[in-house]
Structures are given as structure tokens and as C-alpha cells.
Design a protein around this ligand. Sequence first.
Ligand SMILES: Cc1cc2nc3c(=O)[nH]c(=O)nc-3n(C[C@H](O)[C@H](O)[C@H](O)COP(=O)(O)OP(=O)(O)OC[C@H]3O[C@@H](n4cnc5c(N)ncnc54)[C@H](O)[C@@H]3O)c2cc1C
Length: 408
Amino acid sequence: MTETLSASCVVVGGGPAGMMTAYLLARAGVDVVVLERHADFFRDFRGDTIHPSTMQVMLELGLLEEFLRVPHQVVTHAELEMAGERLRVADFTHVPTRCKFIAFMPQWDFLNFLAEKGRAFSSFHLLMEAEARALVRENGRVVGVRARRPSGETEIRAPLVIGADGRQSAMRDDAGVRARDIGAPMDVLWFRLSHREREHHAVLGRIEAGQALVMLDRQEYWQTALIIPKGTLDAVKALGLEAFRARIARLARRDDADDIRSWDDVKLLSVKVDRLERWHQPGLLFIGDAAHAMSPIGGVGINLAIQDGVAAANILADPLSRGGVTERDLARVRRRRWLPTCATQAIQVAIQNNVISPVLHGSQALRVPGVLRLAQRWPVLQRLPARLIGVGIRPEHVRTPARSPAPS
Ligand SMILES: Cc1cc2nc3c(=O)[nH]c(=O)nc-3n(C[C@H](O)[C@H](O)[C@H](O)COP(=O)(O)OP(=O)(O)OC[C@H]3O[C@@H](n4cnc5c(N)ncnc54)[C@H](O)[C@@H]3O)c2cc1C
């Protein structure tokens, strides 16, 4: 038998976009159900960056002080080693927000924090191990979602379904919408390297002809990314694990990379850059990666997802608490977030085409681009990339009221 629940809004996906939207809507008194297919937030690595703009949102919510008690690392600068030269590319110490740094925090700690704060509101309902399987439609309008839970089938009916189910969005498939593929020349292999003594750099990119390595300092280990030409994982594997380890050891300037015990320790991020032209249908809205998968350049996917959540809640909390949203309301969310999405993707694609592609496909010696040289001579120029990464274009601010009792 199918259990039936009802709410004012169903959010499919408990990632950064879904959890932020649900938290803000619940705080504004909107009855919201979040469906997350996993039993918890502990998953493979998928980015640990908390941006200054997210911490600004936390400040506006009165949660910053407590949030910063969650263990994290403070990153104030990003550096690159190119053609043997050490270059500083971004200086976060001047971004126009309270926190002038990027916090490195496991994504599950961030999501658990939001979940715990959300649960303090009676209007916040987080259903874990609840996999949305299909949209429910009536008279050409989405009126809910059917989900599979350990207890059986559940139908959750609501005037609005928000698809925040990530880049492989099943809700998007069910709605029959297709994202426009903008393309990416690379894939990323993620793995961990143990920390060695006397190594201390918070973020380090290392670019050589034909390859690029990014190392994120997680204190006990380096979260490391090898950027490879798109679709070449099989070719990398064909050379054998020993050759891969030797390649990584050389690039990471260490004696060995024996921390990589098998290919199971190496995770592929198949890089995608895409976006929906239309983010909504009657009763349905897509946000976050489900609306626009970002390139990993700059590590801004989480930031954009959260900003979408803030914008969606700002625009929709009022109509939802009055009992219904119109297509015009949904179109306003897309309009609000269109410029930051397209402009950020355009910058990423320009870097992909002008820096990453030539590096990956070139075998000649690399030369440091003029703009990076200028940024070494005039460090003030390092503030621009920091602002784009840390704050982004058209940052969102919390406008939703706190109608539900404040979390204790
Ligand atoms: C390996 C890797 C490294 C990354 N590194 C960074 C980084 O350093 N910085 C950065 O900013 N971004 C990074 N990203 C991108 C970042 O993870 C995403 O941009 C961001 O998480 C998007 O948030 P979201 O909430 O839109 O989607 P997601 O985080 O993908 O969340 C979607 C959620 O929906 C759930 N879900 C999916 N389908 C269903 C369903 N049918 N029913 C119920 N639940 C469902 C999923 O379990 C998931 O929890 C990385 C991504 C990967 C894969």
C-alpha cells in the first residue's frame, strides 16, 4: 500500500542546494519535505569548500559562530606552480564578506550542520533513504513525487517540487527536459596522498606540459586531483598502476605515491558543463547541479548550488506560505540565477579552452601567461579571482523571514 504525505514543498535531494533551500523555507514557516536517497551524508569526496559567500549567509542566519566551531581549515590564498615557478593566483583576504577565507570542511559536516539546525523547525522534515522515483502529475501540473523508502512506497503531494538531485537528476529525466551540453575537455581523477613532514600549502596547483595536478591540504592528507584529457581513464589504466604511481610521485614531488593501493582508491569525476534553458514547469523547479553542472575550475559548484537555494527561498517562501506558486514565481528564480550561472560557466569554458586544453594536449614547454606575471608584480590583481571564486557574481542575501521558532 502507498503511504501518502502532504507538504507545501518537496525538495528532491539533500545536497547543498536542497538542504539550504529546505532550511530557509522551513525557517520561514513553509512545510517542507526533503527526500535524500542515502542513509546519511557520508559519501565519497565531492568537494569540501565552504565559500566566503556561504559563510556570509550563515552570518545572516545567526549561525556563523556555531558553524565555525565545526573543524575546518582556513585557506587565504591559492597558489600554482607552473613551469617550475611558484605563482600566487588568488588572495581571499580582501573579499567583501565577514570571513575572508575559504573554509575546507567535509561536505557531510556542512550538510549535517544544516540538517541539525533544520530539525529544530517543526516545518522541516528530512526523509533519509527516500529515493524519489517519479513525479506525480495531474492536469498537466506536477503535484508531487513518488518515493521508495525502506517502509515501502510513499507519495508526497505538494504545490511545488524542487529538483535538487544533482547532475544525474532523475527528476529531470522524468520531466523530459534535457540539459544543453556545453562541453569540457577534461576529466578529473581524485585520490588521497598522505601528508609528509614539512609540507604546508593549503591549495596548490601544479601545471606541467601535458598534465596538471591540484593538491588540497586536508592536514592529515592531500586531497589530490589529476586532470586528464576527457575520456582517457582507460588509457591511463592500461599503463598500469605502477606507472600511475610513478607519475603522481613525480608530479607531487615525493618519493612514492604508495598511498594509492589500487584503482579503487582513484575516483573519476567525469567533468560536465551543462545547463537547462528552462528551469521550471508548472509545479516543478530545478536548482543547483540539476539545473547547471559546473566545471571544477575554481571549485564553485557548491557555492552556486547554495546561492540558488537562497535565491529560490527568497522568491518562493512568500507565495508558498500563501498557498501556491505560479509559473511566474518559478521563472523569477531562473531569471535571478541566470546571469551568475552563464557568466561563471563562460569564464570556466574560457579557462578550459585557453589554459587547460593547451596544457593537456601540448607537449612543448609551458610558459607562464602574461596575466599571471602581472598578478605577481601587482598582487592587487589576485583579488579579482578570489572575489569570483569566493563570492561569485550577484551574491545572494537571506531575505526570508524567521517565522518558525529560532533553533535552540
Ligand atoms: C569529485 C567531486 C569533487 C568536487 N569538488 C568540488 C569543490 O571542490 N568545490 C565545489 O564547489 N564543488 C565541487 N564539486 C561539485 C559539487 O559537489 C556540486 O556542484 C554540488 O554538490 C552541487 O550541489 P547540489 O545540491 O546541486 O547537488 P548534489 O550535491 O549532487 O546533491 C544532490 C543530492 O540529491 C540526492 N539524490 C539524487 N537523486 C535522488 C533521488 N532520486 N531521490 C532522492 N535523493 C536523490 C543525492 O544523493 C545528493 O545528496 C565536486 C564534485 C565532485 C563529484
